[in-house]
Ligand binder design. Structure first.
Ligand code: SF4
Ligand code: SF4
Length: 199
């Protein structure tokens, strides 16, 4: 997440514990760069705001194209502050907290790679580390995140490199597919892709 913090990533494995409590300082929401999203993140935020996902384009979500892949991110509203970061009574808060992106749910834990399911990193510059609460890394949430990332990027690669889609068209198609998948899952009462309020 934040790029201009002095990162010190600490590797953790299954069974490891860590002392962490979020202090709600807002530092990770105001230090850029923008949070990377999957199609599922976009759909959850759109539903929460009661908008069609297309209405998020430009206002809340932008896409950066790298090596033919359009990478969606949350927009920065200046100075590295996330577009959804608000201050209420001087306290930072997230206006989409129940559906905040997976990367935000995981932070200060940082994914490694879907092929390394038993490894996660923690960002050593988070002020909430080394507080008096002992916890374990969010392994279950990490598994859900990898499911969504794999779906997102495998579909993007297939659409672009096998079916000849342009990067932005491919991204829009993947979001449409994710939206349909979430609707169908909801009908079946499977909550994996509808993570309202879960940490
Ligand atoms: S996760 Fe860390 S940096 Fe982010 S609000 Fe909590 S304590 Fe602050
Ligand atoms: S979406 Fe919410 S939790 Fe994530 S960076 Fe923005 S304000 Fe912070």
């Amino acid at each position: 997440m934040p790029s201009n913090m002095n990162h010190d990533y600490i590797k953790l494995s299954f069974g490891d514990k860590v002392r962490f409590k979020c202090l709600r300082c807002g530092r990770c929401c105001s230090s850029g760069p923008n949070v990377g999203l999957t199609a599922f993140d976009i759909c959850r935020i759109a539903r929460f705001l009661d908008l069609d996902w297309r209405e998020l384009k430009g206002k809340y979500v932008i896409a950066v194209i790298a090596d033919m892949i359009a990478i969606p991110t949350l927009r920065d509203k200046g100075g590295g502050r996330c577009v959804f970061l608000e201050f209420t009574g001087g306290q930072p808060s997230c206006s989409v907290y129940p559906v905040r992106p997976m990367r935000c749910r995981l932070y200060p834990f940082l994914p490694s790679s879907p092929s390394r399911k038993g490894v996660i990193y923690i960002d050593g510059c988070c002020p909430g580390l080394n507080t008096d609460i002992t916890t374990v890394p969010p392994w279950s949430l990490l598994k859900d995140y990898y499911f969504e990332v794999k779906f997102h990027y495998s579909r993007l690669h297939s659409l672009i490199f096998q079916e000849g889609f342009e990067p932005l068209d491919a991204l829009e198609k993947v979001i449409e597919e994710a939206d349909r998948l979430m609707t169908n899952r909801k009908r079946l009462d499977i909550s994996l892709l509808c993570l309202n309020g879960r940490r």
